[in-house]
Ligand binder design. Sequence first.
Ligand SMILES: CC(C)(COP(=O)(O)OP(=O)(O)OC[C@H]1O[C@@H](n2cnc3c(N)ncnc32)[C@H](O)[C@@H]1OP(=O)(O)O)[C@@H](O)C(=O)NCCC(=O)NCCS
Length: 353
Amino acid sequence: MIIHGTLVNLRERRMEDFEDYERWFAPGWAWQEWDAPWEAMTPLDEKMRERWHERLAAPPPGPPTGLEIETVEGRHIGWVNSYWIDEDNCWRDCGINIAEDEVWGRGMGKEAYALWVDYLFSAHDLPRLGMGTWSGNRRMAWVAARVGMRQEARFADARMVKGKYYDALRWGLVRAEWERYQLPREDGLRRYTPADWDATVELTRQLFQQHRTLQGAPPFSVQDARETLYSWLARRDNILWLWQQAGQVLGLARARHDGACFLEEFVVSEGRRGQGIGARFLAALEDDLRASGERDLFLSMVWPGNLGAIDFYRRHGYDVLNTFELRKGLDKDRRGREIEFLERRFYLSDSVP
Ligand SMILES: CC(C)(COP(=O)(O)OP(=O)(O)OC[C@H]1O[C@@H](n2cnc3c(N)ncnc32)[C@H](O)[C@@H]1OP(=O)(O)O)[C@@H](O)C(=O)NCCC(=O)NCCS
């Protein structure tokens, strides 16, 4: 059995792989500092070689629980595995390890992990797949976010690494979401899928750049946008919608569901504004929420200086609730142009002694 990707393939284990594992389980490899570094490492011995022989001669029935990762050129670089957390409830975790660290950061981990998650959901009747890591291992959490997992739990100071405590993290993906990722990405309103990463990063950048420009603040970089999207994906109470036309993603909305639904971000692609896209996107999003039983949609993200946006929402039936958001900048540099604008607009400065 072989699962083909564009950078890597996943294939079944062979006896000659044992030599690679012998090397990788000797001390000094970088992966050992990242993959559960609190666990003791045991070098492979002759007994283990025999166990491999026996297992390869008589593999257990059912789909494989692990596969080897090799580059498309055929270089063996690591492995993926999977194991029960709770078999009675079909709760399974899956892991990845690229032991050859000089190939890290080239997209191979992301592709191998995505192929593995797809395979496990296809081959087993699993309600969910999970992954456990620690807060020091950003690369692994990032790979989980990129394949469409969401962060499900965080246990503060639960993992000790090199004398310092880190948080234990659990990420996971439920079958319904994974099945949604497999659907064709049709025009109209739809939820975010991992394949939308690049388009979503760009819309996120445009949105925050607009805020920065209004405030005369430094530019919002692509890396800032990537970090922002990652932080949204890391929270299960975030909902991300996209608006697509003629195969192009032209709108992004983010809501936070916290008892009620709060629309926190709403943006239409630069250059495509003023063509009725926002109105259609917002109406479809409201329909989607109505269909799932929501009674209200709150907008708390509208900056009072953004008069065009306020006008847009009022025309679409939003009532101004007259709530003020107050802030005290706890360091002296926090008073941006936005505050000066508000003071002028609402004559607030007169009332400040
Ligand atoms: C974790 C691992 C499988 C990832 O594989 P990889 O080939 O390095 O990962 P990729 O290149 O596909 O993706 C890495 C992503 O992390 C991002 N990243 C986030 N924070 C990062 C950081 N601090 N350093 C490096 N990359 C970081 C990269 O930008 C990249 O995402 P992008 O494609 O959106 O730019 C691999 O590094 C590995 O085997 N590490 C050691 C073992 C391990 O930690 N296993 C997991 C145990 S829980």
